[in-house]
Design a protein around this ligand. Structure first.
Ligand SMILES: C[S@@+](CC[C@H](N)C(=O)[O-])C[C@H]1O[C@@H](n2cnc3c(N)ncnc32)[C@H](O)[C@@H]1O
Length: 361
């Protein structure tokens, strides 16, 4: 894997995308959340009845109308995905009080329905538990029963697939082997409960625009890309915001297209990859991967690791990890709406720096 490209486009993903059918390997996205007030203007500008529904406290009708707008996006995601391609959708449910009635609007279940209706198969999915210590996280009547509500401290990552499992062509097999996960990454990531994802967001807190775009931490698209695509694939985020998905694509050696309706966010997302320290921050994700693996190796009996990974010369647990490879970002450049990255093999000195055991023995 020598190079990738990343396009940042101003566009409306509630409409037909300017993309051919069956051209994308993976969709990773987080749409505006229906019934979360910060996004009301988005839905209201699409459908005037939504303003009236909210003004007249018709919460369920407003919610349904918002999802009907979003359904078109799932239909487009399905159309542009290649057969066997995945869509990973991060969504939170919304709580809201209208006319004195507090209730939850279960966005995740309505999106599952919307995706199934356009043809997706719904697969085992992930609860992302977001740690919060905020004292105001409890809702309702406090210590007095029975008017308090359980706190909402999780979001969903819904995993959809277009048809049957992807069949890898012969020419793709090397990319697939190089894209293998470490044993312990597999064990942690293919779990239905993700906790403690906050660290990387702090490490990669690149822009103040994150709040405006309600961006997710880079760990989310990073893990999902490693789990549901291989290096060299094309990843689409139709609600790209500040381009977190594309940053993860840069780090993992996938190509990407990021679409957002907000021209300021698109403009910012184009600039972030070529900022002075972005390359180093992304490369840190890669060396940390190796460091975490070696920390795991150190905790175990060496007999546990039956194989030696060839490109990196490190112990691994399974045959499938034998050709796993890590490519560092060599350069990131930008021309208009497109960012290009070049990669290089990780240097033996960099590998050594990541290891706390002597691998030459
Ligand atoms: C939850 S945010 C996604 C944030 C993104 N994952 C990130 O890390 O920056 C939803 C995004 O959808 C964008 N959006 C809203 N309506 C849109 C539309 N019709 N087409 C494309 N993008 C839209 C918003 O501007 C916002 O950036």
């Amino acid at each position: 894997m020598k190079a990738t490209t990343h396009r940042y486009i101003i566009g409306d993903s509630f409409k037909k995308l300017q993309m051919e059918d069956d051209t994308v390997d993976l969709v990773i996205t987080s749409p505006p959340y229906p019934m979360i007030e910060m996004w009301d203007h988005i839905w209201e500008s699409e459908e005037s009845s939504i303003t009236k529904h909210i003004a007249n406290n018709r919460g369920k009708q407003a919610w349904q109308a918002m999802h009907e707008i979003l359904d078109q996006s799932w239909s487009e995601a399905f159309r542009v995905l290649k057969p066997g391609g995945y869509a990973c959708i991060n969504i939170g449910d919304a709580t809201r009080t209208l006319d004195g009635r507090f209730q939850i609007y279960p966005n995740h279940s309505r999106i599952i329905q919307g995706c199934q209706d356009v043809g997706f198969d719904f697969l085992p999915s992930i609860i992302w538990r977001k740690p919060t210590n905020a004292p105001n996280k409890y809702m309702g009547s406090g210590m007095l029963p029975a008017g308090a509500y359980v706190t909402l401290e999780h979001e969903h990552i819904l995993i959809m697939r277009k048809g049957e499992r992807r069949v890898f062509a012969k020419a793709e097999k090397e990319r697939r082997s190089e894209s293998a996960l470490f044993w312990e990454e597999r064990n942690l990531w293919y779990s239905d409960l993700w906790t403690g994802i906050r660290g990387t967001q702090q490490r990669l807190n690149i822009s103040a625009l994150r709040k405006r775009s309600a961006s997710y931490p880079i760990d989310l698209p990073y893990r999902l890309m490693m789990m549901y695509s291989v290096a060299g694939d094309m990843v689409l985020d139709p609600f790209g915001g500040v381009g977190t998905t594309s940053l993860a694509a840069l780090a993992t050696g996938r190509n990407s297209i990021s679409i957002d309706v907000d021209d300021k966010l698109v403009s910012a997302s184009q600039k972030i990859p070529t900022k002075r320290d972005t390359k180093d921050k992304l490369n840190l994700l890669l060396t940390n991967r190796l460091r975490d693996h070696m920390a795991y190796v150190n905790k175990k009996d060496m007999l546990f690791f039956r194989y030696r990974n060839q490109p990196l010369g490190i112990p691994v647990k399974t045959m499938q990890e034998k050709y796993l490879n890590i490519y560092m970002i060599k350069s990131i450049s930008r021309a208009d709406e497109t960012v290009a990255a070049k990669y290089r093999k990780i240097k033996p000195t960099e590998i050594k720096e990541c290891l706390s055991i002597d691998i030459t023995e």
